[in-house]
Design a protein around this ligand. Structure first.
Ligand SMILES: Cc1cc2nc3c(=O)[nH]c(=O)nc-3n(C[C@H](O)[C@H](O)[C@H](O)COP(=O)(O)OP(=O)(O)OC[C@H]3O[C@@H](n4cnc5c(N)ncnc54)[C@H](O)[C@@H]3O)c2cc1C
Length: 327
């Protein structure tokens, strides 16, 4: 999302926007939020999207996306977000920068509190995505997009016939390790505990796969190379010895968490904190919808986020129509 476009709004416009009550407020400016923004604005609803960090949105950090339809040569995450933003603005979506810190749901009016000011709306769509736990390993930041990845579904095809390491021992780590064997020459799963924590079926599948090897009781202490990742240093926690493992890629799976700190007890979530919705993206809170990575679902990708956003917008529109027909 381009900060420049937002800065083009004059002070008068900003004051007008802040005084208004909206039909819909969308929290989060990733693909789910911008798709919801496009659909709500195009349906002539008075829609506002609030994004806390336009320059560092999750997708903006992705160098190339090859699996979003319509871009046969691939497209960078930043470019895709900017195109989505331009398209939504063309239909009148308003965008504010702000970190949402609280929402209150008083029957038909929802109040959204940001670190800058408050807004009110009839319906809300939450699209705040997930945050990934960084390992904080030496070299992790430097080699992001140059061999360090957090998503095999997204980046696996870039590692054809190259040995890779997967860090983590849970379900996500093993699923992704098995997926990576379609491309990589060898997949070494490195886990700091004595046993993997993934379910037995996945453990069995990994054990049966001759491309997968395990390094248990081990920790990656350094990711290194010249232009791209060339090796990792692995500490054996039993012996204290460190060895170098030659790999061209490192996939880090040490956990994700949905971004929903400001929601308190407003709606039902699963045990990991993902928002539970029905197929219309309705949450358990009346008039509040959720879309994209923040909700409980199996596939977290741009294509699914965009689909969720469109569905949430349509549900919000029907919710508002019902409110109007009651009054
Ligand atoms: C390294 C990496 C590579 C990836 N590669 C691909 C790929 O190749 N193809 C693919 O399809 N998918 C890829 N993905 C997954 C894809 O990025 C996500 O599935 C998609 O971005 C989810 O969209 P979203 O709108 O639900 O959430 P996000 O894109 O995460 O957007 C959420 C937005 O909400 C904002 N926000 C959060 N909290 C607040 C708050 N309190 N107030 C205001 N704003 C807030 C955030 O700043 C963020 O901009 C990749 C992900 C990663 C991490």
């Amino acid at each position: 999302m381009s900060q420049d476009l937002f800065l083009d709004l004059g002070e008068v416009d900003k004051a007008r926007i802040s005084a208004q009550q909206y039909d819909v407020i969308i929290i989060g400016g990733g693909p789910a939020g911008l798709a919801a923004g496009l659909y709500t604005a195009r349906a002539r609803l008075n829609a506002l999207l609030i994004e806390k960090d336009p320059l560092h949105c999750n997708l903006c950090l992705v160098k190339r996306i090859d699996n979003y339809p319509g871009f046969p040569e691939g497209i960078s995450g930043r470019e895709l977000i900017e195109l989505m933003e331009m398209q939504a603005r063309r239909f009148g979506l308003q965008i504010e920068i702000g970190n949402v810190i609280d929402i209150t749901n008083d029957s038909d009016v929802k109040t959204v509190k940001t670190d800058i000011r408050n807004f009110r709306a009839k319906a809300l769509i939450i699209t705040t995505g997930i945050s990934r736990k960084r390992q904080g390993v030496d070299g992790e930041e430097d080699f992001q997009g140059k061999g360090v990845s957090y998503c095999a579904t997204c980046d696996g095809p870039f590692f054809k016939d190259i040995p890779v390491a997967v860090v983590g021992g849970g379900e996500e780590a093993l699923e992704e390790a098995i997926f990576l064997t379609k491309f990589a020459s060898q997949v070494t799963v490195i886990h700091s505990q004595e046993e993997l924590s993934a379910n037995e079926q996945l453990q069995g599948m990994a054990a049966d796969n001759e491309k997968i090897s395990l390094l248990l009781n081990s920790e990656v202490t350094k990711i290194a190379g010249k232009e791209r990742v060339e090796f990792v240093e692995v500490l054996d926690l039993n012996t204290g010895n460190t060895e170098q493992l030659s790999v061209g890629g490192v996939f880090l799976y040490t956990g994700t968490r949905p971004v929903k700190d400001f929601l308190s007890q407003l709606m039902k979530m699963d045990e990991r904190g993902y928002i539970i919705t029905d197929q219309d993206m309705k949450t358990s809170a009346d008039g509040i919808f959720a879309a994209g990575d923040v909700r409980y679902k199996k596939v977290r990708q741009v294509a699914t986020a965009v689909g969720d956003g469109a569905t949430a917008a349509s549900s919000a529109r029907k919710y508002i129509q019902n409110l109007q027909s009651k009054s």
